[in-house]
Design a protein around this ligand. Structure first.
Ligand code: ACO
Length: 356
């Protein structure tokens, strides 16, 4: 079986820089609080009514295609990871296909709903398609326009200050060198705590949910005997129940356990050690999480790439943006062992090892 490789990568972040001080001007927060807890100094927000999750993905894809030496028309299959799609349906995959003008081949398109680990899941699927000879050019893209769906009142500050907009893309192709390319990918999930980091309304749960912990939630839906569903009710509006919610400390504790676990799992499979990693690209969830993972794996600073300071957490886009930035900075060279890892809502998590 041939290996697959990343033949070209690209990223796009919107022009508009939003500082912590700018957020402190509209909600009760401060630059000091945000930097101390998350490491974030600024993030980017897309242009409302002009840019979308799909248009940003298209920008990143064009760069990735040109670096891979192909045109968008050559793409056989699109795998699009996002939690902030342009539409409830159809997914961003087909919108990106249209945006890129891929009409000749009617390439297939798939959307991934795995939040922070979305790019890892997408990459793993691309790897399976390419190494089994099904496709030659698979586009893997993660893109998020978070700024359109955050609570900018003080109520939403624990979530809102963390997230930023952006997109990253990679073209996955067969590798002509059997020793280079994607060595392995590992994917996991555990839905037990799905609501600990979630964006619940509107949804087909219809307003009632009993999770495994026996907690009941009132999400503000109309009573049971009402015909039809009103997607956003007045109660949801009043309670802010149509925004993402997160139990930060719970997420933090699980993240610092699962990141090292899934990295070790991948390394063990190919008979390598953390010290063999030339560059770890962790999902940019929180600088404190990345620093803890670095310590737990005994990695030096030059073995880990962090850019959350500039871009915030861009969820499905964070791994490809960081990978591309590290590569552009000359920190990833031919033959290097690159490790990608992510953990996020679901919970879902994963890793990939690539001999570059
Ligand atoms: N500005 C000022 N004060 C704030 C803010 C804010 N933006 N957000 C919360 N606070 C306040 C809270 O109201 C609380 O005040 P109180 O003590 O008077 O009640 C206090 O700060 C502490 O709140 P906590 O939520 O306990 O803050 P914590 O120290 O846990 O930090 C954080 C929050 C940064 C989210 C942290 O829990 C964390 O990093 N968790 C990991 C989750 C994560 O990184 N998520 C990213 C997305 S998920 C992912 O990508 C994996």
């Amino acid at each position: 079986m041939v290996r697959s490789k990343i033949a070209g990568i690209g990223y796009y972040v919107p022009e508009r820089v939003v500082s912590n001080d700018e957020l402190a001007g509209i909600m009760d927060t401060s630059d000091e609080w945000i930097q101390e807890r998350t490491g974030i100094q600024q993030r980017r927000y897309g242009k409302k009514h002009e840019e979308t999750t799909t248009t940003m993905a298209a920008e990143a894809t064009r760069v990735a295609c040109s670096r891979a030496g192909i045109s968008p028309e050559d793409i056989d299959f699109i795998i699009f990871a996002t939690l902030s799609p342009d539409y409830y349906f159809p997914g961003c995959g087909v919108l990106l296909q249209r945006e890129l003008g891929i009409t000749k081949k009617e390439a297939g398109a798939l959307d991934i709903r795995n939040q922070c680990s979305g790019f890892l899941y997408a990459l793993s699927i691309a790897d399976q398609f390419v190494k089994t000879g099904v496709y030659k050019n698979v586009l893997v893209v993660g893109s998020e326009m978070h700024s359109m769906g955050l609570d900018f009142s003080t109520r939403g500050r624990n979530v809102t200050v963390i997230f930023g907009d952006g997109a990253g893309a990679a073209i996955v192709q067969p590798s002509d060198d059997p020793n280079r390319g994607i060595l392995t990918t590992k994917l996991h999930s555990d839905g037990t705590y799905a609501e600990k980091l979630a964006f619940i309304n509107p949804g087909a749960h219809g307003g009632y949910h009993l999770n495994k912990q026996g907690e009941t939630f009132d999400f503000g839906y109309p009573p049971k005997d009402t015909f039809g569903e009103i997607f956003i009710t007045d109660k949801m509006m009043a309670d802010g129940n149509y925004y993402p919610n997160m139990e930060g400390q719970f997420v933090f504790k699980l993240a610092i356990q699962k990141f090292p676990e899934v990295i070790h799992e991948a390394l063990n499979e190919v008979g390598l050690n953390p010290s063999d990693i030339n560059m770890l690209i962790p999902h940019q969830a929180n600088l404190r999480i990345s620093q803890m993972v670095q310590r737990l794996l005994s990695l030096r600073d030059d073995q880990v790439w962090n850019n959350i300071q500039k871009f915030g957490n861009t969820t499905a886009a964070s791994v490809p943006i960081a990978l591309c930035e590290a590569w552009e900075a000359g920190k990833i060279k031919e033959g290097d062992l690159v490790c990608l890892a992510a953990f996020g809502s679901g919970f879902t998590w994963g890793s990939a090892l690539i001999r570059w």
